[in-house]
Design a protein. Structure first.
Length: 221
């Protein structure tokens, strides 16, 4: 899973050719001992802005957002705009999943893919999307990837990596459509993805292209 030092952190997400900045609060416990985690939202969707300046303005205009009641929100807000720029490792590119899975199963690639799928699963949990949660947490290959205990080296590891690639080729477009349905693009991040920037045409494991997957499995189910 991604490692977050702070109780609230700026993260960057890319989906369907668009990139935006939002905030994520990793799991914390409330006064009743109940565990929560959450993204910056407007009560219905995760909000993404194009720049730290835009995010800062949005927060000023929308004080009643979904993280306003977080126990660390006041101290986070006091850090000002400097806290709204994501760290280099806090970028999760859902469009790049095909390319990562098509590469060799080296540790850096596996780690980046695992973190990206893990963040997608956290969107499912935070948005209470049972179908997305079932797809990611209920699929053996995704679960093994995120758990981080699987080696993709050697003959057996290569076979496991290949099985994961097959699963991604068959199912990730469905996951991406569901993820996209929970994202609200604001400011400059709301610019429509231009042709060629979306997932169409990206490499998919097994020699297919993402365009082969779109339309067959792309509907929200």
């Amino acid at each position: 899973m991604p490692f977050f030092v702070d109780p609230i952190a700026a993260v960057s997400l890319t989906a369907n050719g668009r990139t935006g900045i939002t905030l994520f609060a990793p799991p914390w416990q409330d006064s009743d001992g109940e565990e929560w985690q959450g993204f910056l939202g407007d009560g219905a969707k995760i909000v993404l802005l194009g720049t730290a300046d835009e995010l800062n303005t949005w927060l000023g205009d929308n004080p009643d957002h979904d993280l306003a009641d977080h126990p660390a929100w006041k101290s986070f807000a006091n850090k000002g705009k400097a806290a709204l720029s994501p760290a280099a490792k806090a970028h999760y590119d859902f469009d790049a999943v095909y390319e990562l899975a098509a590469a060799e199963g080296e540790p850096e690639t596996v780690s980046k893919l695992a973190d990206t799928v893990d963040v997608a699963a956290r969107i499912a949990d935070c948005c209470e999307d049972g179908k997305l949660r079932s797809l990611l947490n209920g699929t053996r290959e995704y679960a093994l990837l995120v758990e981080g205990d699987t080696s993709y080296h050697g003959k057996d590891g290569a076979a496991e990596w290949s099985r994961l690639g097959d699963v991604i080729a068959e199912s990730w477009e469905r996951a991406l459509v569901r993820i996209e349905s929970w994202l609200r693009w604001e400011g400059s991040s709301a610019a429509a993805a231009t042709a060629g920037e979306s997932v169409a045409g990206k490499a998919v494991p097994g020699g297919a292209s993402a365009a082969d997957v779109v339309g067959e499995d792309g509907a929200i189910r």
